[in-house]
Ligand binder design. Sequence first.
Ligand SMILES: C[S@@+](CC[C@H](N)C(=O)[O-])C[C@H]1O[C@@H](n2cnc3c(N)ncnc32)[C@H](O)[C@@H]1O
Length: 331
Amino acid sequence: MLYVEILGNIPEMARDEVRAMLELAGGKITGQDYLFLKIDADEKAFPYLNRLGLAHEYGELIVEADSVEELLEKAGKEEWPIRGTFKVETETMANCRFDVLDLPRKLGAVIYAKGFKVNLSKPETLVRVYCGERLYAGIRLHFFDPKDFEKKKAHRRPFFRPISLPPRLSRALVNLTRAKAEILDPFMGAGGILIEAGLMGLKVYGVDIKPEMVRGAEINLRHYGINNYELRLGDATRLEELFPDKKFEAIATDPPYGTSATLAGRKRDELYRKALESMYNVLKEGGRLAIAFPADFDGETEGERAGLRLLGKYYQRVHKSLERYFYVFEK
Ligand SMILES: C[S@@+](CC[C@H](N)C(=O)[O-])C[C@H]1O[C@@H](n2cnc3c(N)ncnc32)[C@H](O)[C@@H]1O
């Protein structure tokens, strides 16, 4: 058994991102306790879980219990796959029902009694206890370090435009499409989504109507060592002409919202509608589109009008004057 701790900002989107990766990896979510997901999958899932954007960590689940006493008793009977020294850390979630203040010390003593050494400052293995409706103890296998995402934020790239989605969200959009080999972003801007997709090993295709963006996105992709790309200068409402012999398995994109972003002289809603139709035309049957729209545009109705089937819709309030939805569609 594995576990994933998702981030709490847009929890349904984070959970569905995990689900999409497990669909590719051949595993499934078998339970959820607030931000803690129980996962039925083995190590074949690691490369896919490593792609996650909206996750805090994943690990191996060792014991589950309905009381502190039960947890300690079960922990005493388990084989703990600990390498080197260890430390116990508790994650008290907002729905925690137990008194876990003393739990790190008590569980630490149980594991210590099995012959493992404690190191509180630099442990080689982190034992994690989650407190929610139930108690869960496991071993951290991978931590999604915020610093790694911070390094990739828009202002750290050689070509900077303040229009990019945060890297974690870009990653989640790509993952929600279940892209295995390739992805298209028809409004690529400075290439934020394509950078994340390229770092996952996907071939990336990008389009922008502005020549400076096409040049800038290429500079950014190269900066992150991504070489497997095709970028085109052109219009997201005429993708069939830009890629005449090509159908895509996945599209992820963040079109301009018409506030500070550029609409290149077009009416916003008309641009969105025409782009949805064009994206539909270049998607494979069964291919997926993940896209952001401001909340005052009815993406659900318009996507369905273009022939797409809605799979998911997630709300985010960015600030006072910007609320948006992320949509996932299938052709
Ligand atoms: C919000 S930005 C995309 C940001 C991008 N996701 C990123 O992370 O860097 C939207 C981009 O769409 C481009 N654009 C506007 N109208 C377009 C059109 N009709 N076809 C293609 N690109 C267009 C703009 O030039 C702008 O670079």
